[in-house]
Design a protein around this ligand. Structure first.
Ligand code: NAD
Ligand code: UDP
Length: 309
């Protein structure tokens, strides 16, 4: 049976990835330090004999035999990754390095959950994989942005140096059930506020845009990517290309929750990207994939999840 190590498997996307891969009859070894993930996200797998959890930080030495590695370990929300920025950078650089060494030792294929933040506050729009981005190297977001960029460099250098099989995906904003209610991302924040009839905080004018992809679609693309030929390395953008302003997103959530919450406009954080939208041509051509879930459908499922907590 294929042995798959999922670093960050107790997080939001990690939960859905573990769940989907367990259905494929694989042995899953979830390695997570539970910093932003939770036991709640892996509780349902505990009785599955094909699931093993190891509480561990990827910046420490790892020696586990495996055939495939998915690296999802890293805080993903700006609020979370800025709490301990040095640790975020260490996770991306030292953690990725440790997992790459482990992949080399096991001759294992390795996936990297990179990010749209690679493009920073993008000047080119929509963002194609050959765009080098516009990142402030000394700003508050750079522990994440430059960390993920360095991780991509490490992945490609391990490939060039050791012929390691790598798969680098640039994931755009993903949402869905099992997001941590308090992790500070816009979808969870607005749903929380609406369900509790509290003020909704929009940072800036709300005219900034993002494209929100439902987690089932993102996970489907991740697995499809991992199954591609060994000459397919990426980077490949994964996400939705339905661009929407934060104000419009807020209005949709207000309607779906039938909430009486009021909008309060707050100060916009520094380096917050003005707009973001992936060019998905590569994903469509190479993975034969595009997101299926509409924003309203995905939001309804997420609201239901938050309502039942
Ligand atoms: P998440 O915070 O829910 O999950 C991250 C997981 O990694 C958590 O379980 C956390 O405990 C674990 N972790 C963090 N640092 C670790 C370390 N040093 N050692 C071991 N475990 C560690 O975030 P998510 O949304 O599930 O994101 C998963 C991955 O996908 C991240 O790498 C993130 O950068 C990437 N990504 C996510 C999005 C998104 O919109 N959700 C977008 C782009 C990229
Ligand atoms: N945002 C907001 N209110 C919130 C949380 C976020 O207006 O409660 C804004 C944030 O400034 C950004 C967008 O929503 O412009 C998306 O933020 P998120 O943290 O979810 O993701 P990212 O900035 O990493 O794309």
């Amino acid at each position: 049976m294929k042995k798959i190590l999922i670093a960050g498997g107790a997080g939001f996307i990690g939960h859905h990835l573990c769940k989907k891969l367990l259905k494929k009859k694989c042995l899953i070894i979830c390695v997570d330090n539970l910093s932003t993930g939770s036991v709640k996200n892996i509780n349902e797998f505990k009785t599955n004999k094909n699931f093993k959890f190891i509480k561990k930080d990827i910046t420490s030495n790892i020696n586990i035999s495996c055939d495939e590695i998915y690296n999802l370990a890293c805080p993903a929300s700006p609020k979370q990754y800025q709490i301990n920025p040095i640790n975020t950078l260490k996770t991306n650089v030292m953690g990725s390095y440790n997992l790459l060494e482990l992949a080399k030792k096991n001759n294992a294929k390795i996936f990297q959950a990179s990010t749209s933040e690679i493009y920073g506050d993008p000047i080119n729009h929509p963002q194609k994989e050959n765009y080098w981005g516009n990142v402030n190297p000394i700003g508050k977001r750079s522990c994440y942005d430059e960390g993920k960029r360095s991780a991509e460099t490490l992945f490609f250098d391990f490939h060039r140096t050791y012929k390691l099989q790598i798969k680098v995906a640039r994931i755009f904003n993903t949402f869905g059930p099992n997001m941590d209610t308090n992790d500070g991302r816009v979808v969870s924040n607005i749903i929380n506020s609406c369900l509790n009839n509290k003020n909704i905080h929009i940072y800036g004018s709300g005219k900034q845009t993002r494209c929100f992809c439902f987690v089932d679609d993102t996970v489907e693309a991740i697995i499809k990517f991992m199954e591609t030929d060994k000459n397919i390395l990426g980077p490949i953008n994964i996400g939705s290309n339905n661009e929407i302003s934060i104000l419009k997103l807020t209005k949709i959530i207000l309607k779906l929750t039938q909430s009486k919450s009021k909008i309060k406009f707050m100060k916009r954080p520094s380096d917050d990207p003005v707009r973001r939208k992936p060019n998905l041509s590569k994903a469509k051509k190479i993975l034969n994939w595009k997101p299926k879930t509409s924003l309203e459908e995905g939001l309804s499922k997420t609201i239901k999840y938050f309502n039942n907590l």
